[in-house]
Design a protein around this ligand. Structure first.
Ligand SMILES: Cc1cc2nc3c(=O)[nH]c(=O)nc-3n(C[C@H](O)[C@H](O)[C@H](O)COP(=O)(O)OP(=O)(O)OC[C@H]3O[C@@H](n4cnc5c(N)ncnc54)[C@H](O)[C@@H]3O)c2cc1C
Ligand SMILES: NC(=O)c1ccc[n+]([C@@H]2O[C@H](COP(=O)([O-])OP(=O)(O)OC[C@H]3O[C@@H](n4cnc5c(N)ncnc54)[C@H](O)[C@@H]3O)[C@@H](O)[C@H]2O)c1
Length: 459
């Protein structure tokens, strides 16, 4: 049977673009890709990139405050103009979008700027009316924000909307306690909004190291975010004072904007999966095996739509491995065991790789090495904020099982720790590195005594 293409990719985000480029450019496959919105997907257009640029923008008042602590009397950040920033931001996003598109074209990928749906195991329908066939189909359609299902929620916004706002809200409520709620609480507070975060639990960032979670929670309060923990909005209404938020406990507040950061789910609605034998899991995710292959041999899926670990580098690695395996005769599985992550709250970020102390202790005896300290730089400027460096060590093999950092630029530090931990480094090999002084990261190689032991026989 002959096909129009060797590979048809649905979705031009992190996973889809990488797979298409590698299959066509490196392995010579005939590839087409459909993208219904802007090339680059969530990360480039409405995720990691504009978010990180907003993190940078939001830090001017903190930098001015620190400068005053260093003797720059009267240092001020000035007045933030959202529309000036937004114009620059979108110019940058358009530049990146263009780079993604030209990368695809240079690799020989045919780009269809429209929605694509599945007709059968080898056929894709394009929104412009055409149908094309492919020997393999890759579904890389990502995820979409999930709303909590409360009355009046249509008055709120989701993270996509933040980057196109007409004006900065004066008062904003963020709903959720995960990545997006925490990062945007930092950003919006830094940009001058009166920011409240409501979370249904008692401690933010479930799943991260417990100590790190406590520190992030305190830091948000420290920078002036109003926290409402163990609370949940029950309904939103609009009145003359703005959006009226009624909480489950009956409390009422007014805000100019409400942002729902209550998670994302795989975007499989209307994709035509019912025309195939592709199976969906409980959370609506496409079920794949370790090769990213669905229950239908010709159809594969990567990235957020498979809801494994929903981060850009993971989607990219899955897409790359799929292309090498299927078109490059280089079978490569993706290990999801050791994936680093950073939450870009400021001034200290929280970054992690490997097991948390709690998870490691369930597996066997561990030692915990931890330094909690006030960094020289912020201490001098008058800040009391503490940083944390933590290593979780297997007491039998001496391997470092996890590293958790709460400090300025922790995301940058964890990237390097990830290399050592990925190579199976022991605590003694960390210690063998002579410190670079004076740095924050030197704590990672100078922690001599465990602060506690846990797990297994030593518990
Ligand atoms: C606010 C925010 C901040 C984030 N920050 C980070 C971060 O700092 N670091 C990090 O690692 N991750 C971050 N993420 C997560 C990251 O963006 C995602 O994990 C990543 O983009 C997933 O890539 P993907 O290829 O699976 O899907 P996506 O990038 O979502 O791409 C899917 C693409 O498919 C298109 N599409 C969907 N259906 C169809 C169809 N039927 N036909 C044609 N096209 C279709 C969509 O328009 C989209 O462009 C963030 C996410 C958000 C929302
Ligand atoms: N720095 C990064 O790498 C980064 C940044 C942003 C987003 N992301 C990715 O995007 C994903 C989505 O981010 P997110 O923050 O929306 O999701 P999340 O899963 O991190 O957090 C969702 C939060 O919403 C709460 N929640 C869920 N349903 C609720 C309900 N009905 N009512 C009240 N609260 C509810 C949860 O308890 C949780 O605190 C992340 O999981 C992550 O994979 C990564």
């Amino acid at each position: 049977m002959s096909f129009d293409y060797d590979l048809f990719v649905i979705g031009g985000g992190s996973g889809g673009v990488r797979a298409a480029r590698i299959a066509a450019g490196q392995h010579g496959a005939k590839v087409a890709l459909a993208e219904e919105s802007r090339m680059g997907g969530t990360c480039v257009i409405r995720g990691c990139v504009p978010k990180k640029l907003m993190v940078f923008a939001s830090q001017a008042p903190a930098a001015a405050e620190e400068s005053r602590g260093y003797g720059w009397l009267g240092a001020e950040a000035g007045r933030f103009d959202w529309l000036t920033f937004r114009e620059k931001l979108h110019a940058e996003l358009s530049r990146l979008e263009g780079a993604y598109r030209s990368g695809l074209l240079a690799a020989g990928v045919e780009v269809h700027d429209c929605r694509a749906t599945l007709v059968d195991h080898h056929t894709v329908a394009l929104a412009d009316g055409r149908q094309v066939t492919a020997k393999h189909i890759l579904i890389a359609v990502g995820g979409r924000p999930t709303l909590p299902g409360i009355p009046g929620e249509e008055l709120g916004m989701v993270s996509d909307d933040l980057f196109t706002m007409e004006e900065m809200p004066r008062r904003i409520l963020l709903v959720g306690g995960g990545f997006i709620a925490c990062e945007f609480a930092t950003i919006l507070k830094g940009l001058g909004a009166d920011t409240t975060l409501v979370y249904r639990g008692g401690k933010l960032l479930r799943g991260f190291d417990e100590g790190g979670r406590t520190l992030v929670t305190h830091q948000l309060e420290h920078i002036g975010v109003t926290l409402r923990l163990n609370a949940n909005p029950a309904r939103l209404d609009r009145d003359a004072q703005g959006i009226r938020v009624t909480y489950e406990d009956g409390a009422v507040e007014h805000h100019d904007a409400v942002l729902f950061a209550t998670g994302r789910s795989p975007f499989t609605k209307g994709l035509g999966l019912e025309n195939t034998g592709v199976r969906l899991g409980r959370r609506g995710e496409i079920v794949v095996d370790e090769w990213s292959q669905t229950a239908v041999p010709s159809i594969f899926a990567v990235g957020d739509v498979t809801d494994r670990i929903n981060l850009t580098p993971v989607a990219i690695r899955e897409g790359h491995s799929f292309a090498d395996t299927v078109f490059g005769a280089q079978p490569r599985k993706v290990s999801h065991d050791l994936v680093g992550a950073a939450v870009y709250v400021r001034p200290h970020e929280l970054a992690s790789i490997g097991l948390t102390e709690e998870a490691a202790a369930e597996q066997g005896p561990i030692e915990v090495y931890e330094a909690l300290f006030r960094p020289m730089r912020s201490l001098f400027a008058g800040s009391d904020l503490r940083a944390m460096m933590k290593l979780v060590v297997d007491d039998v093999t001496r391997r470092v099982l996890g590293c958790h950092i709460f400090a300025p630029e922790a995301g940058e530090m964890i990237q390097l720790a990830a290399v050592a931990i990925g190579m199976g480094a022991t605590k003694e090999q960390f210690d063998a590195a002579i410190a670079v002084h004076p740095t924050l990261a030197e704590e990672l190689v100078t922690m001599r005594m465990p602060v506690r032991r846990a797990g297994g026989a030593t518990a």
